[in-house]
Ligand binder design. Sequence first.
Ligand SMILES: [Zn+2]
Length: 290
Amino acid sequence: MDSIAGWMRGAELELALQKTEAVMIKGRRQWRGGQMQIAGVPIEIGREAKYLGVWVDSSLGFKKHITEAGKRAEKSVNALSRLMPNIGGLRMAKRKIMGAAAQSIMLYGAEVWVPALETDSYRRILETVQRRIMLRVVAAYKTISGEAVQRRWESGEGGAWTRRLIKDVKKWATRSHGEVGYRLSQWMTGHGSFGAYRRRIGKSEEAECFHCDRDQDDTPEHTLFRCPAFLGRRDRVERDLRRVVHVDNIVDVMLEGERNWRVIAEWVEQVMKTKEEEEWRKEGRPPPIV
Ligand SMILES: [Zn+2]
């Protein structure tokens, strides 16, 4: 050990002896502590030590690392799930983020410790954590205080347009049916193929709708409820659902039942798809292959 310290001094590196930990790697044999000395400083030989984010233990079994990684993943997911209500009803996106966060924490350094998963009991540690995290991810919306979310929602998290659509955020978030796909989320956030939005982000000079000649700004509201180009579809939806659908009730109608949700989601999907295709055509680009 002294020669290592000496070599490091030669390379102008210094061993911080007070912070140095030692672990003796000795396979499955019994661990017996002990001490060693470097440059006169006693260093305890411990059962395990953390090195570059991985817990190394004397048997190289990685039980400590697996336990710690599980704990850390769970802690982050819990913290994330408390933050996440901010992004409103985009459940799929939210689950994806939480799942990915948990996975990246749990799998950190896996190249090193993956053989440890051959031990059933170690694998079960991770499986148990994983199950708890999944439950947490699925239940995230149900465990937060409805009032707190509603207050935050009304005070400005989420854009004004989305707030206008989703008035009761708890009812929206705790619904038992209805996934929000890509195009529906575009329409509900106003981010996407809308002239008004494209001008705001500097992608277009004009905000006017190019499906009609009414000098109207191209917004989600105009598209679905006012643009003559799409009124026929609205008509069909209203006849199908036997009711009038407008900005202030569309989300309530969707929440009323799974079939309503499907009909409206399909309507939005088709309209948004047509808009996208028009946009590509206008820009002379071929449509992307989806
Ligand atoms: Zn229009």
